[in-house]
Design a protein around this ligand. Structure first.
Ligand SMILES: [Zn+2]
Length: 793
């Protein structure tokens, strides 16, 4: 095991040069041995369940075959769907390598050796490695172009693959000391050096990450050419490309977050790395401004980023819809990478505040407690249409989670000279080299359920040094840096710190309590962060959160989830703001969580009245990250405290009492027809709707079988239409039929069958007494159709 070549200051590697780097240096995760009850079990599940599961999936889904084909042992067409599928293998090797550093495993190590040999065999003699081209398929993927790099700026992902290869290779080298994958990576990187540069190929990466990978190669080899190429790839972006991949402006001229959120977060991370290593002030100014833009206007309370599925992108300022929130798992991971770098640049705890919010909420939600079910988007509300998936054909989020989790201990500590930073709280023992000597530090805590943290130090020799303990923003009444969220009714309290049992006075700088001492073996520091349940309020410009608040206790954001309610509905709940909130640890629920409880009421519509009826309700909340581990269900993070913000339960109507069927079989979609949710407009995708996409030009139907015989004479339909970008339009035509003696008979309509957008289309007909109604529609020639709501009167 070569654990000494971690990402510590690597000045020694570049002999005789004064090397710039981050002011603060992280303490590598290999030096931090977790003993806690929260993260350690999750990292165990990653090692025992997720990594073997993903390795198997990579084999079964053709991702390994692609390399075999490229090495011409089998030949033929690509065995999987996307040209970036190579990265899934790289990422699982990276995760497995991290895991090996903590848990040596000969079997796993030899599996990696085999895979690396397969990867190496697929590399072309000059270092090029991209299976989708090298396999010389008879049916080349349309994204890859006819020549190398031709489509790099848009779709080919050749440099994206390279970036993940480099990260994986460095991880494998550091874990095992073997150069096998590192040699493959360096050969590939040297081809990039030969190919790209001023006066040579000047294409920028279509999907960033090669910048981060090249910086890692620089750190491990000390060869500046890799850092220079990383900077080149950033400097040549813009101004003539698309905002989608942050190429519409030069990177130094970018001051707001825009476009594809994962690409963006990787780019900002790469810019921070390059800024730290070169001292480029223009990069620094750009990412400082972008960070302000994100935390003040574009960050979910869960730490997720990238509000819209349209381009997997950042939305407009304050546009943070909940049910349709995209908040991709990869973007959350990218947000952690980026904020960790921002901290290393500035030594300010506010970046760790954002990192921690993301880590415990919008990132951790990406994986099931079982370790083998995954979210790609991480919505903040659900009507039951969301369910974790065993796999995605675009598996980026799955393999990203696999590689990220084992590295969590690497975010706990950092150091700068003789200053030791304690950033995150989880029980562990760590060996840290400060400028003047080594220190062992032991942390004991039940975080995130309890805010009491005990730190015991054991310096190898006697010298004065400073302990910087992060005082989280949430414990100081600051939900986030900036004014996007705040705590309602926050009560300030003193945060006591004792040293060897004696209360001490301490200074606070940049969010850290600073204690300077001539520390002795066994010195014990105890900090007790008050952890009341806070009510988070959003800036009123966030329309989606009006009349609602979110519960937060410590770093954990909560949600209401269906299984904790007798009728499985939570959208109808309104919380009583004056009621007390209790917090109880339940060790058998969801692998052990603190559950919140308070009082409120649920509301329900009644037929032919605007008055809702209300009923007292016990309100229970679970940590957001743990939702959707009990099947698909209703969920909401933002909880109404005003009745107008709730969604009352449907009134009993002919439609709500009917059994729904259709020419498609999706229970959740069928339930959309009679959920009595009036959409904002036809393209409103924040709620459930039924659609036939990708079918087009066919005849389809939906049907209500009533729970009795009724006389009906009118019906209203609200069409789903997400044009011009989506694939659904109003239907070409439609008709209604009623059941008579077991046969479908067309109603005698007395008004037209409307197909207008953004409103109910009402049709009247001669009254019929029947037990069922059927709506038949003709899809447009070139599009599909969908229905938000279907009412029968
Ligand atoms: Zn992803």
């Amino acid at each position: 095991m070569i654990t000494s070549i971690a990402f510590l200051s690597f000045g020694a590697l570049v002999k005789g040069q004064q090397v710039k780097d981050y002011a603060v240096q992280p303490v590598a995760f290999t030096r931090v041995k977790l003993t806690d009850n929260f993260w350690e079990p999750k990292i165990q599940v990653n090692a025992k369940v997720t990594i073997p599961y993903i390795l198997d999936k990579c084999r079964k889904t053709g991702r390994v075959d692609n390399f075999l084909k490229a090495s011409q042992t089998t030949g033929g067409d690509a065995a999987s769907e996307f040209p970036f599928d190579d990265t899934d293998l790289y990422k699982v090797i990276e995760g497995a390598s991290y895991s090996l550093q903590i848990r040596p495993d000969k079997m796993l190590e030899s599996q990696l050796d085999t895979l690396i040999a397969i990867i190496g065999a697929a590399q072309e003699p000059d270092g090029y490695l991209y299976t989708f081209r090298t396999m010389h398929s008879a049916h080349p993927h349309p994204w890859i172009g006819t020549r190398r790099w031709e489509n790099e700026e848009i779709l080919s992902h050749e440099l994206y693959n390279a970036g993940h290869l480099y990260e994986s290779a460095v991880a494998h080298y550091q874990a095992t000391g073997k150069r096998s994958l590192l040699n493959v990576a360096l050969k590939n990187a040297d081809l990039l050096i030969k190919t790209f540069g001023y006066g040579k190929e000047t294409k920028y990466p279509g999907h960033q990450i090669v910048e981060i990978g090249l910086v890692k190669l620089y750190r491990v080899t000390g060869e500046k050419k890799y850092l220079d190429l990383a900077k080149f790839f950033l400097d040549i972006r813009g101004p003539k490309g698309d905002a989608y991949n942050q190429a519409d402006k030069r990177v130094a001229d970018q001051h707001e977050a825009e476009g594809h959120a994962v690409r963006a977060a990787y780019m900002y991370t790469g810019m921070a790395d390059v800024a730290a290593l070169t001292g480029d002030a223009t990069y620094l100014k750009a990412i400082d401004d972008i960070w302000d833009d994100v935390v003040n206007k574009k960050l979910y309370v869960t730490g997720g980023i990238g509000a819209t599925g349209n381009g997997e992108a950042f939305g407009e300022a304050y546009d943070l819809p909940n049910m349709s929130a995209y908040a991709e798992t990869c973007a959350a991971i990218g947000n952690v990478y980026w904020n960790s770098r921002m901290f290393l640049l500035h030594g300010d705890a506010r970046y760790i505040d954002v990192l921690e919010r993301t880590l415990y909420n919008g990132l951790l939600s990406g994986i099931s407690l079982s370790g083998n079910r995954f979210f790609y988007p991480n919505p903040l509300a659900s009507m039951g249409q969301h369910l974790r998936s065993a796999w995605f054909s675009c598996a980026c989020c799955i393999t990203n989670m696999t590689r990220f989790l084992p590295s969590v201990p690497g975010y706990v500590y950092a150091q700068n000279g003789d200053n030791l930073y304690v950033n995150l709280f989880m029980s562990n023992t760590a060996g840290i080299k400060l400028h003047s000597g080594a220190v062992t530090i032991t942390q004991q805590t039940d975080y995130p359920w309890d805010g009491k943290i005990a730190l015991t130090v054991d310096p190898a020799s006697s010298f004065p040094w400073e302990l910087h303990i992060r005082i989280p923003g949430w414990s100081r009444g600051q939900a986030v840096p900036g004014d996007l969220y705040h705590f309602a009714g926050y009560k300030a309290s003193v945060i006591p710190i004792t040293v060897n049992g004696q209360p001490i006075a301490y200074d606070t700088q940049k969010g850290y309590a600073i204690i300077r001492r001539h520390w002795k073996k066994g010195d014990k520091v105890v900090i007790d962060l008050p952890m009341p349940v806070e009510k988070v309020m959003a800036n009123e410009r966030v329309k989606a959160d009006l009349g609602k608040f979110a519960f937060q206790k410590g770093p954990v954001v909560y949600c209401l989830e269906g299984p904790d309610y007798a009728d499985s509905t939570v959208q109808s709940i309104v919380v009583d703001t004056s009621a007390a909130i209790t917090a109880d640890y339940k060790d058998t629920l969801l692998n052990g969580i603190t559950m919140l409880a308070t009082k409120g009421y649920s509301s329900a519509r009644q037929p032919k009245s605007d008055q809702v009826i209300t009923r007292d309700a016990q309100v229970k909340a679970i940590p957001y990250y743990a939702w959707n581990n009990r099947g698909s269900c209703e969920m909401e993070v933002w909880i109404p405290y005003e009745a107008s913000a709730a969604r009352p339960k449907p009134a009993p109507t002919i439609a709500s009492g009917s059994t729904v069927s259709a020419s498609l079989h999706n229970k959740r979609m069928l339930s959309a027809l009679n959920d009595q949710y009036d959409p904002v407009d036809s393209k409103d995708n924040s709620a459930l709707y039924l659609h036939w996409w990708p079918k087009k030009d066919s005849k389809e139907w939906v049907q209500y079988d009533f729970n009795g015989e009724f006389t009906v004479s009118s019906s209203k339909v609200y069409w789903f239409d997400d044009g011009p970008w989506g694939g659904c339009r109003v239907p070409k035509s439609w008709k209604l039929y009623y059941k008579k003696d077991g046969q479908w008979v067309e109603v005698n309509n007395t008004s037209a069958y409307g197909t207008e957008k953004d409103k109910y289309n009402k049709v009247t007909f001669d009254p019929v007494k029947t037990t069922a109604l059927r709506l038949e529609l003709q899809l447009p020639a070139d599009n599909s159709s969908g229905i938000h709501e279907w009412i029968v009167e």
